[in-house]
Design a protein around this ligand. Structure first.
Ligand code: SF4
Ligand code: SF4
Length: 243
């Protein structure tokens, strides 16, 4: 899954230090995802990722896509074709018109602090946990796809066909919308998302953006980072450096 985008249209550089002053909106319904979760989900954490496009190779991105497919059970749909195919994480090429430099990025749900997908959902199936992870409750999703239209990152997919062999932690169903869960079933057990684990370098760092001692927080203080479409002021949980 490749896309070529105009870099100027796509990103705006933003100061990494803006992350620390963000507060998660109050009144968000707390919905834990993994039944094994023993730690309460609170707004004292905000999970995020920092992707260094200078370090991340195309092979790394392919590995991330494969890891996500394996972990979440998408990608082996038999009857869906073309744009019908699910794509929780995509390889996106961004070209700087001035220098010609091409960067490859892994693009998944950006886990926005102000998620348009949640705003437009008529059934509250799209929701944001207090720790910033944005999810779809498949039991509430009626498949209207408003969230897909509202998402500026094309991060969501619609399941077009009857599926079998579902993962226990990730029930998927025909007629519902899905997207990156930040591997919440692993995160709630103190583990790291599958795509992050698949990269054999520190090109992708996962952690708590609010924790001053976390590697992601410390790194963000020392590098120039960007939000994709920062002009939308969605305050994404996924950040990029090197672009
Ligand atoms: S990237 Fe799209 S799907 Fe993810 S939280 Fe933002 S608006 Fe919602
Ligand atoms: S965090 Fe999990 S669900 Fe999201 S892209 Fe990575 S592997 Fe896929």
């Amino acid at each position: 899954m490749n896309k070529t985008l105009n870099r100027r249209d796509f990103i705006k550089t933003t100061s990494a230090t803006t992350i620390g002053v963000v507060t998660v909106a109050s009144g968000i319904t707390l919905t834990t995802f993994a039944s094994t979760n023993k730690v309460p989900v609170t707004n004292e954490k905000r999970w995020g990722m920092l992707i260094d496009t200078n370090k991340l190779t195309e092979a790394d991105i392919d590995g991330m896509v494969s890891a996500c497919q394996k972990e979440q059970g998408w990608g082996s749909e038999l009857h869906s074709t073309g744009s019908q195919k699910p794509g929780w994480i995509k390889k996106v090429k961004v070209k700087d018109k001035a220098t010609g430099k091409v960067s490859n990025l892994a693009l998944m749900c950006q886990h926005c602090e102000e998620p348009p997908c949640v705003d437009v959902c008529p059934t509250n199936a799209s929701m944001k946990r207090e720790d910033g992870i944005v999810l779809v409750d498949k039991h509430l999703c009626i498949g209207c796809r408003y969230c897909m239209m509202a998402c500026p990152y094309d991060a969501r997919s619609f399941v077009h066909e009857t599926l079998s062999n579902q993962k226990e932690h990730m029930p998927r169903g025909k007629g519902t919308v899905e997207s990156c869960t930040m591997c919440v079933h692993k995160v709630d057990k103190g583990e790291v998302p599958a795509c992050v684990t698949s990269v054999n370098s520190d090109a992708v760092i996962f952690g708590d953006l609010y924790d001053a001692s976390s590697k992601i927080n410390q790194t963000l203080k020392t590098v120039q980072s960007a939000q994709i479409r920062a002009d939308l002021n969605l305050n994404t949980g996924v950040r990029y450096s090197g672009i």
